[in-house]
Design a protein around this ligand. Structure first.
Ligand code: FES
Length: 154
């Protein structure tokens, strides 16, 4: 994204929240909603705009799990590695997804289509292994079923 566009997004977020430093989280939320993540330059710009040390902006941005400092895929995949899913083979499902997407858990595909993460129990143990893509729950996943699930997402 062009620097000018980034600066414009930060400026708008700051104006919307009247440059109020107590609303730092709201400013960051607006930026992330617009860009998909929080690029370093935008965090620095936010710090300058609010008169807050950049270190403080960073600590807030890294504290909240909802914020990401790296680009994220359009679809977030969460593979459950909780005990119930694990005994039913969720590690093999994860390995298959990693192979299909050529990334490891915690990474994002180069085309920014998918971000892959793991969770511990999403409360649907009876249907494990669970794979959640965005808002969609895919139960009783098998390594063989991975490709057809991934194909559903554009
Ligand atoms: S362990 Fe996976 S849903 Fe509970």
């Amino acid at each position: 994204m062009a620097v000018k566009k980034q600066q414009e997004i930060v400026k708008q977020a700051l104006q919307k929240h009247q440059h109020d430093k107590s609303l730092l989280v709201d400013v960051l939320q607006d930026i992330q909603a617009e860009v998909g993540y929080l690029p370093q330059e935008m965090l620095e710009e936010t710090g300058r705009g609010l008169g807050v040390p950049v270190s403080r902006v960073y600590s807030v941005a890294t504290f909240f799990k909802a914020f990401s400092l790296k680009p994220r895929g359009r679809h977030l995949i969460n593979v459950c590695l909780g005990t119930a899913c694990h005994v039913r083979g969720s590690d093999k499902v994860l390995a298959e997804i990693e192979k299909e997407l050529k990334i490891k858990a915690g990474q994002t595909t180069k085309d920014l289509k998918f971000t892959l993460e793991t969770v511990n129990c999403v409360g649907a143990c009876a249907l494990g292994p669970m794979v959640i893509v965005g808002e969609d729950y895919h139960g009783e996943m098998t390594p063989e079923g991975v490709a057809s699930v991934l194909q559903q997402y554009k």
